[in-house]
Design a protein around this ligand. Structure first.
Ligand code: PA5
Length: 358
């Protein structure tokens, strides 16, 4: 039995002094504002030269790139890679568009990858709320998309994703997504009525999932394509918001390894809760795999299993619908553990220690 009642408003507020729940509630407005921000941007790079796209960033600033890569997989004529390191792959050159994303603008890996992109003569666009990335890109004459600051990077997913989507759309590298964005906004506004703290547990899917995950180790399963990036987002949100271990894997690859690993040790398997994220865009064979895996192959496994279906029609709406439930569920799980979902002291400590070391 969890120690906290998620329907107790005062208790929720007491555990959320930095207002993570407020930031979550504002996601639709954030997406809308990001669209407005991009209204007058126009074409800021030469798409005719672009043979590859590399999005470079870490953590909360990489999630927009992951989502773009999976969303664009069947739409964009050139390959997109998400780079999470100090250097860029050897193929990066003048025919590469490098999108450098850092919410703070001060992440050393991203600044290093930016310098690498510059040295190789790549076309560069920076997306940031400020910091060194903004200063350096301005100084070097590269376009900067400045997004509003003041949030945790992981709570700025809308600000960090939408500009990338619209950038490629304006350059003719992605089809127009206006209708998908509008559907996403409508859907998220509906969803938050039943995900926000004022919605009681019996109607609130995110609170129900948080209760299910309390005392468990979450294993989040997505599928190659739309839900792969969202499964990883769930994992990282569970890590950072709820400060708990969590793991993610995706179909069909997990059918070739992970499913074998549910036998021993029994006492640990009992602690696992699999959350399978599904959407209507899976490859038909992947859908079959999900059904057979949950219904037969793992039917007798000692772990819990929950399937969560995306809402909405379009690719974008389905991705964001699953992301939204995970963002809320991980924050409620923090509260169940008696924790504030906002601070990430270990990340800050590590960054601080690294600035002390040349
Ligand atoms: O969630 C976080 O705080 C981290 O994952 C950061 O996003 C990550 O450390 C990178 O920092 P930034 O997003 O400012 O580039």
């Amino acid at each position: 039995m969890e120690p906290f009642d998620l329907d107790d408003d005062t208790l929720l507020a007491a555990h959320d002094p930095s207002e993570m729940f407020g930031a979550l509630y504002g996601l639709p407005e954030q997406l809308e504002e990001a669209v407005r921000l991009m209204k007058h941007t126009g074409a800021i790079f030469d798409a005719s030269l672009v043979q590859t796209i590399v999005i470079t960033g870490l953590g909360g600033s990489a999630v927009g790139g992951d989502m773009l890569r999976t969303y664009a997989g069947d739409k964009c004529p050139v390959p997109i890679l998400v780079n999470r390191s100090y250097t860029l792959p050897s193929y990066v050159g003048k025919d590469t568009l490098v999108i450098a994303v850092s919410y703070s603008g001060n992440t050393e890996e991203t600044l290093s990858a930016y310098a690498d992109a510059k040295a190789r003569g790549a076309q560069i666009v920076a997306i940031t709320a400020g910091g060194h990335l903004k200063k350096q890109a301005w100084r070097d004459g590269h376009p900067v998309i400045t997004v509003p600051g003041g949030l945790q990077p992981r709570a700025a997913a809308g600000y960090l994703f939408i500009p990338q989507l619209i950038l490629l759309q304006q350059a003719g590298l992605l089809p127009n997504a206006t209708a998908e964005i509008e559907e996403t906004l409508r859907l998220l506004r509906e969803m938050r009525k039943l995900l926000a703290p004022q919605a009681q547990t019996e109607q609130n899917l995110a609170k129900q999932i948080a209760r299910k995950l309390y005392g468990k180790i979450p294993l989040i399963h997505g599928a190659a394509g739309l839900t792969e990036a969202i499964a990883y987002r769930w994992k990282t949100q569970l890590n950072e918001n709820a400060q708990t271990p969590a793991f993610a894997h995706c179909y069909p690859e997990l059918n070739h390894n992970e499913i074998v690993g549910f036998d021993v040790p029994q006492e640990l398997i009992e602690k696992l809760e699999i959350i399978t994220l599904t959407c209507s865009r899976h490859h038909s064979r992947v859908q079959k795999r999900i059904e057979i895996t949950g219904g037969e192959v793992l039917a007798d496994a000692a772990c819990g299993q929950t399937e969560l279906k995306a809402l909405g029609e379009s690719d974008l709406a389905q991705m964001f619908s699953l992301l939204y439930v995970g963002d809320y569920a991980s924050s409620y799980l923090a509260v169940l553990y008696g924790l504030d979902p906002t601070p990430v002291e270990k990340i800050e400590l590590l960054k601080q220690r690294l600035t002390d070391v040349p």
